[in-house]
Design a protein around this ligand. Structure first.
Ligand code: ATP
Length: 141
């Protein structure tokens, strides 16, 4: 069992993939989604699965969000919810916030409201594939 604990907010394809990978490596993973069905679908890839709206500060306090070593904000389409969630996490004192951005502007705002790291899954993966194509011997970029 890894010692780090992770909370993943938003069980879209990206969030679910991050959660599953961490959980299968033995880490403590809490997943959160406002959608009950999404929670039911991902209940077995996490230590705890919580149905809650992450823009609700009280809900985040109740799950003890600041005790997690890393919180990943994997909400994409609802940019407002992604930004507000990141802001609240910062205010609650979360040590490490990783947030997914839809585009450059969204990424800039996420940094401004307190994200420690911003990822652009499509852009980052495109870059990785391109590097892999030009040097296929490099297995991981
Ligand atoms: P992917 O490309 O990874 O599938 P996506 O951008 O299509 O992601 P979204 O639909 O934006 O994914 O959202 C991912 C998940 O985040 C959804 O399951 C949605 O229910 C959840 N979500 C959105 N807003 C909130 C919120 N305020 N609180 C909790 N969960 C939320």
């Amino acid at each position: 069992m890894g010692s780090q604990s992770y909370a993943i907010i938003g069980m879209g394809r990206f969030g679910a993939s991050v959660a599953q990978a961490l959980y299968s490596m033995g880490y403590d993973v809490m997943v959160m989604d406002e959608n009950e069905e999404r929670i039911q679908d991902h209940i077995n890839i996490a230590t705890h699965a919580v149905q809650a709206d992450s823009t609700d500060e009280q809900a985040l306090r109740e799950v003890g969000i600041r005790n997690f070593d890393v919180v990943v904000v994997a909400i994409g389409a609802d940019i407002q919810a992604s930004i507000l969630t990141t802001l609240i996490l910062k205010e609650l004192g979360v040590k490490m916030i990783v947030a997914k951005a839809q585009n450059e502007r969204h990424g800039q705002v996420l940094y401004k409201v307190g994200a420690d790291r911003v990822v652009f899954p499509e852009r980052d993966m495109g870059l990785r594939v391109a590097h892999n194509l030009i040097s296929p011997n490099v297995l991981d970029f």
